[in-house]
Ligand binder design. Structure first.
Ligand code: PMP
Length: 426
């Protein structure tokens, strides 16, 4: 007779039980499967472009299919040539700006020799490994809200404590450095900076970066993680600047994370990079070697071979697309008198919609404060009424808000924002 295999024991670790699901990925998958079943959907959840990568990159992948090397293990930290290319590009794209050309040159050569690079399976993987190499149990890691959903979960997974400095729409979500000073302490191990930012779609100005650098110089025991995955995706000039450009010595305790997901519209190819001091890269390599090994050899080889001249033109088009959608959103919000929800975005793929400033919220939840979060409920209702899918802002650290992705093709995007505007003013 067959025995039924019933067990009531839950073998899941406490660590994973306490980890939140990635709301962005979950919603994107859900909306995609509804669309596959034939339901009309406007998917404004995705952090990815609806375009193919640059043609020369696709061709480069094709030509690398002919080589055995593309199918075998890569070195754990990635192929040397790619690591070199990433490091060289990093210093070319982010020249130091201390105001003294001779001094900048000196800094560049000193610091370049102290820095190294590791390639991982997407920048999410880079960040996860990096935090694993920096955070000990009980260490505090400071985040600026609104923040990317995975940061607090990764910090907690490594038994660190996320400490949040809240940002506000009336400051255009630019972090308040006075508030930062209040939470910096002996327990602070690191600060995570994400500019351009997911989910606010803003980058922090040159003068903000300069002040941030001055502040960091006063806290020599704090490590800085700079998530720069959207650094190329600004749609109003100038391009973003970074704190270490004003105080190069900060790079000795900084890790910069980048990747190809956003810049080359290649979210599925899973390549991320970390540029950091050699000791950190060695630690990450040790962790990577015992967990995932080196990343995808084929794509690494294609990236070595790939001539990125075409990328400039490609990025121009991507920026034009994001700018057009952003301007469309603002124009429709103006037509619907939703101007209290406005703030100036300039980069990344997103706009953060504060429900509390909409007529809909004021009518339906007149007594609610930020502490009574109904973002999920509102997003569900929006989807049921309009087929427009957006992501509740709760896990981004701003209750009663939602993240709108600007990536969709213009026509359906325009239609979706019209529907949203109508809903929010009803
Ligand atoms: N950092 C930020 C701020 C992001 O928005 C994302 C993707 N949504 C990542 C890192 C991870 O990107 P990937 O793993 O695809 O390189």
């Amino acid at each position: 007779m067959m025995m039924s295999i019933a067990t009531s024991k839950d073998f899941t670790s406490e660590r994973v039980k306490h980890t939140k699901q990635s709301i962005t990925l979950e919603l994107n998958e859900k909306v995609k499967s509804l669309a596959a079943e034939g339901q009309t959907t406007f998917n404004l959840t995705a952090g990815q472009l609806p375009f193919r990568p640059p043609t020369s990159f696709i061709q480069s992948i094709g030509s690398q299919l002919n080589f055995l090397n593309s199918f075998q293990y890569s070195p754990v930290s990635g192929f040397e040539e790619l690591r070199k290319k990433v490091l060289t590009n990093f210093f070319l794209e982010r020249p130091f700006l201390t105001g003294d050309a001779q001094e900048d040159k000196q800094w560049s050569s000193d610091i370049e020799s102290d820095m190294s690079c590791i390639v991982s399976n997407g920048s999410k993987h880079s960040l996860y490994n990096l935090l694993g190499c920096i955070v000990d149990p009980g260490d505090e890691v400071i985040l600026f809200s609104p923040y990317w959903v995975s940061f607090p979960e990764m910090i907690k997974f490594w038994e660190g404590i996320p400490v949040v400095v809240n940002g506000h729409l009336y400051d255009g979500f630019i972090p308040d450095l006075e508030q930062l000073k209040k939470v910096l302490s002996q327990r602070t191990k690191a600060i995570i900076l994400n500019s351009p930012n997911n989910p606010s779609g803003v980058y922090f100005s040159k003068s903000w970066m300069r002040q941030f650098a001055t502040l960091l110089e006063q806290y020599p025991n704090v490590f800085i993680i700079s998530d720069e995955i959207y650094s190329q995706l600004f749609y109003y000039d100038p391009s973003p600047h970074y704190f270490y450009q004003f105080a190069p010595s900060l790079l000795k305790r900084t890790a910069v994370v980048q990747g190809i997901s956003k810049t080359l519209a290649s979210t599925g190819l899973r390549i991320g990079y970390t540029v950091a001091p050699k000791a950190i890269i060695q630690a990450m390599s040790k962790l990577q070697g015992q967990t995932t090994s080196g990343p995808n050899s084929l794509i690494q080889q294609a990236l070595i071979d790939f001539n990125d001249v075409e990328t400039h033109q490609y990025l121009k088009e991507v920026r034009g697309h994001l700018r057009r959608n952003c301007e469309t959103l603002k124009e429709i919000f103006r037509q619907f008198n939703l101007s209290p929800c406005w703030y100036q975005t300039n980069a990344a793929y997103y706009f953060l919609l504060d429900f509390m400033r909409t007529p809909y919220f004021k009518r339906k939840y007149p007594d609610h404060t930020r502490d009574n979060d109904v973002a999920q409920q509102i997003c569900d209702e929006i989807f049921q009424t309009t087929n427009v899918a957006i992501v509740p802002g709760t896990n981004f650290g701003l209750p009663n808000s939602a993240r709108i992705s600007l990536t969709l093709e213009w026509e359906p995007f325009d239609q979706a924002i019209q529907l949203l505007g109508k809903f929010l003013t009803n």
